[in-house]
Design a binder for this molecule. Structure first.
Ligand SMILES: [Cu+2]
Length: 195
């Protein structure tokens, strides 16, 4: 039998930490009950466990609160939202992308919108993608030439998500849909050329 060693990603670390935490709690409870022989000791052990549980709960609540407050200030909006150098409208629909280097009117018919699935944009300029959908939920995801996801946002009907991104390298980028939207979902591909 060979031992499977999982790579230490954030997920496996989190799983390991919760497993160790659970084992710790279980062993303390088992120890307390094993070492208490008569009823009197059992009820005092029970009180001890309850006290521990209260402290554990308070500690956990405090940790979550601190992490929440700290991480909220790290959210990328609207603090980092700047005036873009150019605006690109992106309309997703089953099963294609339409992109055009202009902002569109709120009442414009999205199905008739004359965008293309290929666009050329300048390097080192702040681009704002205004992403929406003409039908169901899609996800506008930009991949670099190495196949690494570099930016993404949800494409939702009747709503615009503004995604700002500055391409620092020239080359070919690929847009894929990251929200399953029907059988040909995987063929929803567009190209961004950065010059
Ligand atoms: Cu899709």
């Amino acid at each position: 039998m060979s031992l499977v060693i999982l790579p230490l990603t954030i997920q496996t670390t989190a799983a390991l930490v919760s497993l160790l935490g659970t084992l710790l709690v279980v062993s303390v409870v088992v120890y307390l009950f094993k070492t208490s022989s008569d009823y009197e000791e059992k009820s005092s052990a029970k009180a001890k466990v309850y006290r521990m549980r209260d402290r554990y709960f308070l500690g956990l609540a405090l940790t979550i609160l601190i992490v929440l407050i700290t991480s909220l200030s790290m959210l990328p909006y609207p603090k980092f939202h700047k005036n873009p150098d150019s605006v690109v409208t992106v309309v997703a629909m089953q099963w294609l992308w339409k992109m055009a280097p202009e902002a569109i009117a709120a009442d414009q018919d999205l199905v008739a919108f004359a965008g293309k699935n290929e666009i050329t944009l300048p390097v080192d300029k702040l681009i704002e993608f205004r992403v929406t959908s003409a039908d169901v939920n899609h996800n506008f995801a930009i991949y670099n030439s190495k196949g690494t996801l570099i930016a993404q946002t949800q494409a939702m009907p009747k709503y615009y998500n503004n995604l700002q991104y500055k391409f620092t390298e020239k080359g070919e980028y690929e847009v894929l849909c990251l929200e399953y939207c029907g059988m040909p979902h995987a063929y929803m591909v567009a190209k961004i050329h950065i010059e």
